[in-house]
Design a protein around this ligand. Structure first.
Ligand SMILES: C[S@@+](CC[C@H](N)C(=O)[O-])C[C@H]1O[C@@H](n2cnc3c(N)ncnc32)[C@H](O)[C@@H]1O
Length: 335
């Protein structure tokens, strides 16, 4: 080491204090505080009554949220910022859904990283077969909002107007096909899911009034190509829950289900080949380490190799463009 020594552990101090803003955001979301402010500024006492919190204690959180740039304060009143009001308040046009139902599970999982590394066993294992109904409902409830936004994002691509049918592999609660089908009234869609998730998908589709246009098929994409022929296939947050062998097989098995010229859309946390960017994917790798035996934010190079092996062409990648921060890979079945 050359030169003078740093005078303070600035990076350490920065990270020690930066943990609090996300936790204040989580608490506010759990309390549905941004929704309570949707109709205008409120005092701490009025807000506490609205959300069922202790008024003297709530003021501490409100000031932390102002400090974090998530609320504004005017006199004794607190108000949403333009961003909080648009994205975090239930019923607002940009509402991103209950993302926090995932993060209240993911953040404590990351706190187990040292033990996971010492034992070699994920200390916050997500095993669909053994999750309680509440855990399943929180997991898919947490995914659903950004899945809907992702469906709108994909549906805005010009080629979607030419698709007659689409398959969402590992479609979960069906957020992507629901949003795409709402944008294209003639489009039909199919969700491929594992047995435990099929009833969750069916329930959400029924609530959205789309059971007639979106089918749910129980199938395992790692084992065989799914039934049917589709113009487009979507895999959102799917490959990253799998080990490397399974990931390669899932990508290989979707190609025979695509029509010649059909498109595959993979939406995942993906690291570039340096493995230190983008930051969101690098961070999510810590989550995956603790909740899956083998899931990972794989690298661009790994995705390109699986796609080439499966015979896909015209592969493109756009980092972190997907609502919620995932990256998008597109690839084509040449026929
Ligand atoms: C993280 S969730 C994502 C759900 C949905 N795509 C979304 O973005 O909201 C991963 C989903 O993939 C499904 N899945 C995992 N392995 C699968 C397989 N081999 N075949 C079909 N679906 C699978 C799971 O059941 C789960 O619903």
């Amino acid at each position: 080491m050359t030169g003078s020594l740093p005078s303070t552990p600035a990076t350490l101090l920065h990270y020690r204090s930066s943990v609090f803003a996300p936790l204040a955001l989580l608490a506010a979301s759990q309390l549905d505080l941004f929704s309570a402010l949707r109709h205008g500024p409120r005092s701490a006492a009025r807000l506490a009554a609205d959300i069922g919190a202790k008024p003297d204690k709530l003021s501490v959180l409100l000031h932390a949220l102002v400090q974090a740039g998530l609320l504004e304060k005017d006199g004794d009143n607190f108000a949403n910022t333009a961003e909080s009001g648009h994205f975090l308040a239930r019923g607002a046009p940009g509402f991103v859904g209950d993302w926090w139902k995932l993060d209240q599970d993911f953040w404590p999982a990351v706190m187990k990283t040292a033990k996971t590394l010492r034992t070699g066993q994920p200390q916050a294992l997500h095993d669909c077969a053994n999750m309680t109904e509440t855990e399943m409902s929180d997991f898919f409830g947490g995914l659903h909002g950004f899945a809907i936004s992702t469906g709108r994002f994909l549906g805005a691509r010009p080629e979607f107007g030419g698709f007659a049918n689409l398959v969402d592999v590992g479609g979960g609660s069906g957020g992507v096909p629901i949003a795409v089908c709402e944008a294209y009234p003639a489009l039909r869609a199919t969700i491929i899911e594992l047995p435990r998730v099929v009833p969750i998908a069916r329930a959400t589709l029924a609530a959205a009034g789309l059971s007639q246009r979106i089918d749910v098929i129980e199938a395992n994409i790692v084992e065989a190509p799914p039934p049917g022929r589709y113009d487009a296939a979507v895999m959102r947050a799917l490959i990253q829950v799998m080990g490397r062998d399974e990931a390669g097989r899932a990508i290989a098995n979707i190609r025979p289900a695509l029509a010649p010229g059909g498109w595959l859309y993979i939406l995942s946390h993906i690291v570039d080949d340096t493995r230190i960017a983008p930051a969101t994917a690098v961070g999510f790798n810590l989550v995956f380490l603790n909740i899956y035996h083998a899931g990972e934010a794989y690298s661009e190079g790994e995705y390109r190799a699986w796609l080439a092996e499966a015979g896909f062409t015209e592969v493109t990648i756009a980092y972190t463009v997907v609502p919620g921060g995932m990256s998008l890979i597109t690839a084509r079945n040449p026929g």
